[in-house]
Write a protein that binds this ligand. Structure first.
Ligand code: 5AD
Ligand code: SF4
Length: 484
């Protein structure tokens, strides 16, 4: 029987307030018509199928976007290749979160120039967060004339129209305005993760952490409607997907824009109620919006992995305030304490930034003491990267990079000790994991609920099944095991 939630879907919207959040069906039809035109054009130009090379930089949100880009390319008649030399279309979906990621993209775009000189009809497309920044799209326009299409994070659903313009008129296309941040439901998705799937539940971010470029390039927070999410989750389960990760910059504030009358805790419970043997993961959570109600839902929902990725960024209240994180060290630790009291086996991971402008060694030491107190399973650690246009970019940053690198190493060494202790304590225990392929011959991988990898001997035919694996040996970050 359908619940109220099932009916709350973008398909049922014909007008009113919600209209401004979603691409309307007639616009989707227009893109489908462009899709048909591109397919016809391509089949007259190429005997067989043209080939596309798609490369994704950055976070899971980008990977999920690329699945929709690939879905549209497939629909237009492309197949995929793993080599740009072999491709008729090369697309880079870019990341802007740190300078290093941007440098890599520009280096790789430069490397396409000689390839395009050999294949003049090759179409080069750059999209994603980096392209949403005006100074970058202008630089591409001026200095990289061989790039055919540039679009930002808001125009993905118009790929057929953009490609048609290039193929039929040879014109360059730049679509990087933020004027339209509506959600496009119903795009085809090309998933290639076997029994695992990403499921975006919201886009954008309202938090403006002072170091972060994301709110500027991904726009304001907006949620998909619960009916659309549940429908997609049900489809995934019926297709045999056994590990679903719900995605958003801040999943804890799900359902506010538009007001869905369903918060994240309620959404988790609804997905947990879908019949079937599967596991639910989610990321990322912002501590300021992580409620006790959510922690209770996590503890009570048997399908929800007992893993909480709760980025703290810093252990110093002074730095947290400069970062505009809107919680204190004590509030964060209280939350962790509550979560551990309900789920003693809970695995906690975090993101940490070292060397935020004005951070002193004393501030940094507070981060070290916090990670010792929480005993994280693992950390994603970053040295602060200055992002033009953010608040932190204007702050004094007197500590040299070489000093920050030393602090960074100290942090990594501390975490390595914590992680080794944790993995060593898992030896002899049995975990139920989803078997995944591994590069090594005759070996399979699985992830515990807490997201620690176990490698074990097993036949490839077992991939996609839940198996019980006993841990026989612990390395620092991963475990070795055997099938029970
Ligand atoms: N410098 C370094 N790390 C950053 N992150 C975001 N912006 C920056 C930056 N300017 C990190 C944060 C965030 C993760 C996704 O990337 O830790 O949680
Ligand atoms: Fe960036 Fe903060 Fe938003 Fe995360 S919550 S995307 S760190 S602004």
């Amino acid at each position: 029987m359908d619940t109220l939630i099932d009916k709350f879907s973008a398909e049922n919207i014909s007008g009113g307030e919600l209209k401004k959040y979603f691409i309307m069906p007639q616009e989707r039809t227009a893109q489908e018509e462009f899709c048909d035109k591109v397919r016809t054009l391509l089949s007259s130009r190429f005997g067989g199928s043209p080939k596309a090379f798609v490369h994704t930089y950055g976070c899971q949100g980008n990977v999920s976007d690329s699945e929709k880009i690939k879905g549209q390319l497939l629909k237009m008649g492309y197949t995929f290749t793993s080599s740009p030399e072999d491709a008729d279309l090369v697309l880079f979906n870019t990341c802007a979160v740190r300078e290093h990621a941007e440098d890599r993209v520009l280096g790789n775009v430069g490397a396409l120039k000689p390839i395009k000189e050999k294949n003049r009809d090759m179409i080069i497309i750059l999209c994603g967060c980096m392209m949403q920044q005006k100074h970058i799209s202008e630089r591409i326009k001026k200095s990289y004339p061989y790039v055919n299409i540039v679009f930002g994070t808001f125009a993905m659903h118009r790929l057929p129209e953009m490609l048609y313009t290039v193929l039929s008129r040879g014109k360059r296309v730049f679509l990087t305005e933020e004027s339209d941040s509506r959600i496009a439901e119903g795009l085809p998705v090309c998933r290639d993760r076997g029994a695992k799937a990403w499921l975006p539940i919201m886009y954008g971010c309202n938090n403006f952490c002072s170091y972060c470029i994301v709110p500027y390039v991904r726009g304001r927070e907006r949620s998909r409607l619960p009916g659309d999410i549940i429908k997609e989750a049900k489809e995934l389960v019926s297709q045999g997907v056994k590990d679903i990760t719900l995605l958003g910059q801040n999943v804890n504030s799900y359902g506010k824009n538009p007001d869905c009358s369903v918060n994240f805790a309620a959404l988790l419970r609804e997905i947990n109620n879908i019949p079937g043997d599967f596991i639910i993961r989610f990321m990322t959570s912002h501590p300021k919006d992580c409620t006790r109600e959510l922690i209770e839902a996590m503890a009570q929902c048997e399908k929800v992995a007992k893993h909480l990725h709760l980025p703290v960024q810093s252990g110093s209240d002074r730095i947290l305030s400069l970062m505009n994180r809107k919680y204190t060290r004590e509030e964060y630790l209280d939350l962790i304490k509550y979560a551990k009291s309900l789920m003693p086996e809970l695995s906690i991971t975090s993101d940490i930034i070292v060397g935020f402008p004005g951070e002193t060694y004393e501030d940094f030491k507070e981060t070290v003491s916090l990670i010792k107190e929480v005993e994280y399973t693992s950390l994603f650690t970053f040295i602060y990267s200055r992002r033009e246009g953010t608040k932190a970019a204007e702050m004094e940053d007197p500590v040299p990079y070489s000093e920050k690198s030393k602090w960074f190493k100290e942090l990594c060494d501390t975490q390595e000790e914590i992680a080794s202790k944790r993995t060593a304590s898992m030896v002899g225990k049995t975990y139920r994991v989803l078997a995944e392929p591994n590069e090594k011959e005759g070996i399979l991988s699985g992830r515990t609920q807490g997201n620690i990898i176990i490698e074990f001997p097993g036949d490839e035919s077992l991939t996609g099944q839940f198996l019980n694996v006993r841990v026989t040996k612990a390395l620092t970050w991963i475990l070795c095991g055997e099938l029970c």
